[in-house]
Design a protein around this ligand. Structure first.
Ligand code: P71
Length: 460
């Protein structure tokens, strides 16, 4: 079967309400044309993010009832640690309440007191970039060039360009690179996977210069599934074995369990480095909590432990990846420009090609996001100039991102395929009416991570 069906049945339902076209026009205006400001009750299909939006299984809910809420040494922490160890293989496991805290702890520790440090990655996601920059470092994106061509078909468009990484090491010297990273799958680059060969070679290159290698592991299971399907020699390996091999090359990872942990809240930092683990643990106690809970309830750690086991199931991953692919295929068949091939957790509309008459300075991704909401009550997220355009620190000129995307992130185990069909049909309608969609300007913006709270206004 090309698109394998859901490997679960529905036990609890949550009603969702539709709004009228007229209501939505008022709602989006009140929201300052920023979909982050819309109350969720006014959204019909919410594809803002796949983060923290998963449906938990009956097994995870049962685990919630087994929460041990002891301040120190909760039994759930030991379950959680055991599962993380089994999959990721790192010696120290430090729970955090979400991924960006793991990033904050890491970067505030390794970038502290030193100027001019750079952190290479395939593509940093927004919170990673912000945590690097806020701590005085420079976040560099060294993804392969083919990733910038939305129509090029390749198996591993999330790979880092090893020549660019070597050139960076030659240019700034290894002493200015405290760690190197890879984000799996590459979220800002279309949810594209990184190959095992690229992970192995990145680690080897960094280690040659004694630079530690960390993985941003949010969607590690989806990445492992793509390796199984696309990379020679992995078809007969289990997802667990592939994941273990991926992390065996790394010195540690940051993880938002809100993605492939199949939970609504949680994350961790893990590493083999004793000294770093000690420093981070000390900081954790200051900002998150005691090392055996790190900002999480005991029941949350139990849900993560169980979620991490479930996400490795192949029936689940086959359904997951193909649900996203089917939505992508429906749009491709209708000629709608999307980033190809379809990524692991989302379909990314190519806003530059969808709205060629709206220049990057007028936020085509925002224009499309607003139209999707007003047309059909669908919430997507811009991954383009509002999120990533910035002023060059030397020239002061605005640097625009290569890609102008609108991401339709699919929550895990949440929406049915008929709801996905509704999404596809409405996007196709919008595409047919694209000439009537105009640009936006910014009315208010925060100094960091402005996309979350910006207020916009239509230009026409
Ligand atoms: C996503 C998110 C969360 C988000 C971001 C922007 C708008 C809406 C929602 C979070 C990530 C991520 C990667 C690769 C670290 C984090 C931070 N992604 N790395 O994609 O994708 O994790 O949210 O748990 O702090 O929607 P955190």
């Amino acid at each position: 079967m090309k698109y394998p069906p859901e490997p679960f049945r529905i036990k609890t339902v949550e009603p969702i309400a539709r709004t009228t076209d007229y209501e939505r026009i008022g709602i989006i205006q009140d929201a300052g044309y920023n979909v982050f400001n819309i109350p969720a009750a006014k959204i019909y299909i919410d594809l803002l993010t796949d983060s923290g939006t998963s449906a938990m299984s009956d097994n995870q809910w049962a685990g919630m009832m087994r929460g041990d809420e002891s301040y120190a040494g909760s039994k759930n922490y030991f379950n959680f640690e055991k599962v993380v160890n089994r999959i990721f293989g790192f010696k120290h496991v430090i729970p955090t309440h979400q991924g960006r805290v793991a990033e904050n702890l890491l970067f505030s520790t390794i970038l502290k007191d030193t100027k001019g440090l750079v952190i290479p990655n395939n593509n940093h996601f927004d919170t990673t970039r912000a945590n690097v920059e806020y701590n005085g470092g420079q976040a560099l994106d060294l993804v392969v060039d083919i990733a910038k061509d939305t129509q090029a078909i390749a198996d591993f468009k999330g790979n880092i360009d090893l020549k660019k990484l070597q050139a960076l090491i030659d240019r700034v010297g290894p002493e200015r690179i405290p760690i190197g990273m890879l984000t799996v799958t590459n979220n800002s680059g279309g949810g594209q996977p990184v190959s095992m060969a690229n992970i192995r070679e990145t680690a080897a290159l960094l280690h040659k210069f004694d630079i530690p290698f960390f993985i941003d592991a949010c969607r590690f299971a989806e990445n492992a599934y793509f390796i199984k399907m696309r990379e020679a020699g992995y078809r007969d390996k289990s997802i667990l074995d592939i994941a273990r091999e991926m992390f065996s090359y790394a010195d540690g990872c940051t993880m938002s369990a809100k993605k492939d942990g199949l939970v609504n809240m949680g994350g961790f930092f893990a590493t083999n480095n004793d000294e770093l683990a000690q420093q981070i643990t000390n900081r954790l106690i200051l900002i998150e909590g005691f090392p055996t809970y790190g900002g999480l309830a005991g029941r949350d750690m139990e849900a993560i432990a169980r979620g991490l086991e479930e996400v490795l199931e192949e029936d689940y991953l086959a359904y997951r990846i193909s649900q996203v692919e089917e939505l992508g295929d429906r749009l491709i068949d209708a000629g709608v420009p999307i980033l190809r091939p379809t990524g692991g957790h989302a379909v990314y509309l190519d806003a530059k090609n969808f709205l060629p008459h709206v220049p990057q300075s007028q936020f085509p991704g925002i224009a499309l996001t607003v139209s999707l909401y007003t047309h059909a009550g669908i919430r997507a997220v811009e991954i383009g100039s509002l999120m990533f355009a910035h002023e060059d620190s030397e020239t002061g000129e605005v640097v625009y991102p290569d890609l102008e995307l609108v991401r339709l992130a699919i929550p895990r185990r949440v929406y049915t395929n008929s709801q996905m069909q509704y999404v596809a049909e409405n996007i196709i309608e919008l595409y047919q009416d694209r000439e009537n969609i105009g640009g936006y300007s910014i009315e208010y913006q925060a100094p960091v991570l402005r996309h979350f709270t910006a207020r916009m206004k239509p230009l026409a």
